[in-house]
Design a protein around this ligand. Structure first.
Ligand code: G6P
Length: 362
């Protein structure tokens, strides 16, 4: 059938979609460039960003994890405060709003009912909303004031991969263009950095056997797994844990390195897999001591570090990219490790049990 043709030579949509990420990056750069090659976003959207005293990001699942990273991009570049909320929670427990809030709904499908319920509500209250989605004409896109498209192409696998990195890229562009408009001098040339990221993604996608080996060694017989990181790496760890549980059914948890001692370390036993991310220079030493703490208690550690921050014995070193943008790259090993873990455990990678690609009921 048609879906078989679309999958081409790939055994699963998920693997195909992981591989498409460098291409999606280049597509996004192109789509958000003006004739002079400068990154650009609809003036009305930038105006709405500038008028806001606080931004509220509303999303679910992987899109929520993208929002957590997006908050860092927007706050660091534009200096506008950002809150990130899970749609369903926001729905029945609305926080106090600022005087001039602006809402950003992040939704791959544009159909998530929990997010839509919030959108309907805040529109009734008279507030403005941007929907960041992969699907033009989707419900959330139609009902919001503005739309930012992800340009990731159809995402078929239930576990989201290329939509996540597309969300991060578009959030970074939104942040950078807004900052420029506010007269804030950024010390990064984002379109150049995104190009570097596309190349780094390609390098990782060419190293699949490495991740298959890691997955086989670390995850083929385990009941649980932990992801640790600090700063941006913490948020990527949350997404790594979600990917792993969604498709391999391994009980996985992502947490901040500093929180280890406040609970999770009690779960570390001989052979417990702990995947650590080390892409942030300012917390690299602290993260390294977390790794030693779990290793001393018998954990089986897998360390994914960024070039320049690596230590002898690290499991995998990813190419260096701008420190604020590492999530776009560091997530790829986690996507691939999850994919191969699921494969080794004979799971239905593209259609995991109990999950739906878009959840249109609250
Ligand atoms: C479902 C999917 C997840 C997705 C979430 C949010 O739970 O299984 O992969 O992250 O919905 O979907 P959205 O389309 O709003 O990004």
């Amino acid at each position: 059938d048609a879906s078989d043709i679309e999958k081409g030579t790939y055994p699963h949509y998920m693997l195909k979609e992981i591989d498409e990420q460098p291409l999606v990056m280049r597509k996004i750069i192109q789509s958000y460039q003006d004739e002079q090659g400068a990154l650009t976003i609809d003036q009305e959207i930038i105006q709405a960003m500038n008028n806001a005293d606080r931004i509220y990001i509303i999303a679910a699942g992987t899109s929520y994890h993208a929002g957590l990273v997006g908050k860092q991009f927007i706050e660091k570049m534009t200096k506008i405060p950002v809150e990130v909320h899970i749609s369903s929670e926001f729905g029945y427990n609305m926080p106090l709003l600022s005087e001039k809030p602006l809402f950003i709904f992040i939704s791959q499908s544009g159909e998530t009912a929990d997010s839509r319920a919030v959108l309907v509500n805040i529109k009734e209250m008279g507030y403005k909303a941007i929907t960041m989605t992969n699907v033009p004409g989707s419900t959330l896109s139609r009902e919001a004031d503005y739309t930012l498209l992800l340009h990731a192409g159809p995402e078929i696998a239930v576990a989201s991969t290329k939509a996540y990195t597309a969300q991060l890229a578009v959030l970074a562009i939104l942040a950078a263009v807004t900052a420029k408009n506010r007269g804030i001098e950024l010390r990064l040339d984002l379109s150049r950095e995104l190009g570097i990221i596309a190349n780094a993604m390609e390098v990782l996608c060419d190293e699949k056997e490495e991740f298959e080996t890691i997955a086989r060694g670390f995850l083929s017989v385990t009941r649980n797994a932990f992801f640790i990181g600090r700063g941006l790496d913490f948020y990527v760890g949350l997404e790594g844990a979600l990917k792993l549980k969604e498709i391999s059914y391994i009980q996985a948890e992502g947490f901040a390195g500093g929180e280890l001692k406040h609970g999770t370390i009690a779960l570390i036993e001989e052979g417990t897999p702990v995947i650590a991310l080390a892409t942030q220079e300012s917390v690299n030493l602290n993260l390294r001591s977390n790794v030693q703490e779990v290793a001393a208690r018998g954990a089986n550690t897998c360390i994914i570090s960024m070039k320049g921050l690596e230590v002898e014995g690290d499991t995998f070193v990813i190419p260096a990219v701008h420190e604020l943008l590492t999530p776009l790259v560091s997530v790829i090993p986690l996507q691939l490790i999850s994919y191969y873990a699921a494969l080794h455990r004979d799971c239905d990678v593209d259609k995991p049990r109990n999950l739906a690609k878009s959840v249109t009921v609250e």
